[in-house]
Design a protein around this ligand. Structure first.
Ligand code: HEC
Ligand code: HEC
Length: 290
């Protein structure tokens, strides 16, 4: 078991080394550069004020993250709401939708505070970097694609590895804190989907990678080059399945806290850049939230 896992680990580090060596992915990250150069928002003070009103006036029904609660719908990641203009959102908050249980706030909040609350809602929707990112997205990009080796396993905007989930829009519906936890404490993933696997067939072929599917008779392995291998168990001499998620568990000690902030900022920036295109796809992940 241990031997097989270290075999997978070795292959993974070999692949990462090869990727770094070949410079694959060096041109991956152009898509987000305009925003990197010119932060476009000018209302960070306003949305910071709006946060206070949002927490005290809206969160009780819509949730602290705006993604809905027992009493009210998701207004953060639902495309319908994201696509409404600032003016339309302003009117909803001012006038309410009394027949449906959305109160009017015109008596409680003046126009400036309603506007600030809408600005903060935009922040929750991930459309503006109104709050300072925790770190430096450019440094995070370099870590991601080079020194920390993330892109060996994770795809961003079509470039990177197949072993881990695609992270192009991951930050769109995960908070900075959740992203940080996913990097530092992958073992706490309540629902680990990926296990390392190494198998040897009766005729001596070896496959190492990630276990994608398994039933009584067969299993499917995705090797580190992305290829899928469907194997009959009866053809296999040995199967070793690692108990841990494949995501390395030592980033918390290998990377400094500010490097992790840089990675969080990079993933947040990438997701912001990708947000409009994503919410237009009919079966994007946002639909699950409706
Ligand atoms: C008492 C619970 C409650 C509170 C407090 C509340 N809302 Fe709502 N809100 C609702 C409900 C219920 C709806 C759904 C109305 C409907 O079905 O059309 C709604 C709808 C909305 C919508 C439109 C959603 C859509 O799908 O078009 C927006 C935007 C919104 N609320 C923003 C806010 C903001 C901002 C605040 C705080 C200033 C707030 N709400 C406070 C209950 C609440
Ligand atoms: C050896 C491959 C590998 C490397 C290297 C790697 N990851 Fe992962 N990562 C994974 C796998 C596999 C998962 C899915 C874990 C699971 O649920 O089983 C994952 C999960 C994640 C998640 C959560 C995604 C989700 O959908 O739940 C984030 C965020 C993440 N990784 C970020 C990073 C960052 C940032 C780095 C670099 C510092 C990195 N990963 C390096 C393999 C890797």
């Amino acid at each position: 078991m241990e031997a097989a896992i270290s075999l997978v680990a070795k292959r993974i580090s070999w692949i990462l080394a090869a990727i770094l060596f070949l410079g694959v992915g060096a041109g991956d990250f152009r898509a987000d550069s305009p925003q990197d150069q010119a932060p476009k928002n000018s209302f960070s003070t306003s949305s910071a004020a709006g946060k206070i009103d949002f927490i005290s006036r809206c969160a009780g029904c819509h949730g602290l993250d705006g993604r809905g609660g027992e009493h009210a719908p998701n207004i953060a990641t639902k495309p319908d709401v994201q696509h409404k203009s600032d003016g339309a959102l302003f009117a909803i908050v001012r006038d309410g939708i009394p027949s449906a249980g959305m109160p009017a706030f015109r008596a409680l909040l003046d126009a400036a505070r309603i506007k600030a609350t809408v600005d903060y809602l935009r922040v929750l929707q991930g459309q503006h970097a109104a709050f300072p990112l925790p770190g430096d997205p450019m440094k995070g990009r370099a870590l991601f694609s080079a020194s920390a080796g993330c892109s060996g396993c994770h795809m961003v905007n079509g470039h990177g590895g197949f072993i881990g989930p695609d992270l192009s829009v991951y930050a769109g519906d995960h908070s900075a804190e959740e992203i940080r936890e996913a990097i530092v404490h992958p073992e706490q993933d309540p629902d680990p989907r990926s296990k390392a696997v190494a198998v040897v067939t009766r005729d001596g072929q070896k496959f190492a990678g990630v276990l994608r599917n398994e039933d009584n008779f067969s299993l499917q392995v995705q090797s580190l080059d992305g290829a899928f291998h469907s194997l009959e168990k009866s053809d296999l001499k040995s199967i070793e399945i690692g108990p841990q998620p494949v995501m390395p568990r030592d980033y918390g000690s290998k990377l400094s806290s500010s490097q992790i902030d840089d990675l969080v900022s990079y993933l947040t920036r990438v997701a912001q850049t990708n947000a409009p295109a994503v919410s237009e796809q009919p079966d994007s992940r946002h639909d699950e939230d409706q």
